[in-house]
Design a protein around this ligand. Sequence first.
Ligand SMILES: NC(=O)c1ccc[n+]([C@@H]2O[C@H](COP(=O)([O-])OP(=O)(O)OC[C@H]3O[C@@H](n4cnc5c(N)ncnc54)[C@H](OP(=O)(O)O)[C@@H]3O)[C@@H](O)[C@H]2O)c1
Length: 331
Amino acid sequence: MKALVTGGGGFLGGTIVRMLRERGDQVRSFSRGAHPTLAALGVEQIRGDLSKRELLIKAAEGCDIIFHVAAKAGIWGNYDDFYSANVTGTVNVLAACRANGISRLVYTGSPSVVFDGRDVEGGDESLPYPDSYIAHYPQTKAMAEQIVLDADSPQMATVSLRPHLIWGPGDNHLVPRIVSKGRAGKLRRIGRKPCLVDTVYVDNAAEAHLLAADRLIPGGNISGKAYFISNGEPLPLWDMVNRILAAAGLPPETRSIPPRLAYATGAACEGLWSLLRISGEPPMTRFVAKELATAHWFNIAAARRDLGYEPRVSIREGLLRLGQWLATEEL
Ligand SMILES: NC(=O)c1ccc[n+]([C@@H]2O[C@H](COP(=O)([O-])OP(=O)(O)OC[C@H]3O[C@@H](n4cnc5c(N)ncnc54)[C@H](OP(=O)(O)O)[C@@H]3O)[C@@H](O)[C@H]2O)c1
C-alpha cells in the first residue's frame, strides 16, 4: 500500500507513519515543516499548506489511500486560520482523492464535535452535532467531518475516527500543557465533582487508523461512518491529570475553583484577548472551563465491533512508557 499521511510529522500522524512503515507500507507525508524523524523512517516528505489544493493533488499522486490527520488544533486563535486548515484543507484533500482516483480516505476527527458543554457519559455515535460551538476548533472539525462523511460514495469510501484526548510519549499538546502548568503551580481543578473522562494512548489511536484503513472499501460497512476511539478506561479527570503529573515527578493538584468562576474567567479572558489583540493563548477559555468541569466518555462498542479495535496499551502501561519518555525530555 502507498499512503499519503497529512501531518505525518505530528504526534498522532508520526505514530501512524511509524506503524505503516513497520508493516512495510510506503508512506509519503504532507505538512508545512520538514520532520527529520520521517526522513529516518524512509518517508518521502512533501512540504506545503493544506490550503494549497494543487500541492495536495500532486502530493497524492500514485497513492492508494489518504490518512488525513493534519489539522489546526488549539483552544484559541483566529477563525479564518482554523477554517483554512481544517475545512478548506479537508475539501482540498477530497479533491486530491478525486483527482488521483483514490478510493479510500481515513479522516482524523475529534469527539469535541459533539460536545455541547453538558456531561457525556457513555455516549455513542448517535450523539448529534450541537447547534452551536464556543470554540473554533470543534466547530471547524465538525464542518470538516460532515464534508468527509457526505463525500462517501460508491467511488470513494470515507471514515472518520474520533480519538479522545490522545497522550503518550512525543505528545506536544496535552502532556506538556499539564506538566508546564503543574510545574508553575498554575493548575486548578474546576469544581469538586469527580467527572469521568476517557483518553487514548497514542499507539491505540494510531492502530485504530490502520484497522479502519484495512476494512475501508466503497460500499462497505464502515464507509461513511464516524467512530469514537478511546482507551475504554474512563477515570475521574483529576485522577488522570495527577497520574500524568506523577509520571513527570510532580505532586498532585488538589486546589480547585468553582465552575462558574472558571467559565466567567474564560469569557473575560476571551474578551480581553480579542479586544487588545493579545498574542498567545489566554490562560482560560469558556471551552476549557466546560471541558474541565464535565464528564465526557464514550461507548467504543462500534469501533470494537466494526474495526476490530481493542486498546492494547492500557493506561497503566502507557503511563510507564510516558514516565520513561518524560525522564529524557525537557518539557
Ligand atoms: N491530540 C489530541 O488529543 C487529539 C484529540 C482528538 C483529535 N485529534 C486530531 O488528531 C489530529 C492530529 O493531532 P496531533 O495531536 O497529532 O497534532 P499535531 O502534533 O499538531 O499534528 C498536526 C500536524 O499537522 C500539520 N499541519 C497543521 N496545520 C497544517 C497546515 N495548514 N498545512 C499542512 N500541515 C499542517 C503539522 O505539521 P507542520 O507544522 O509541519 O505543518 C502537524 O505536524 C488532528 O486532526 C487533531 O484534530 C487530536
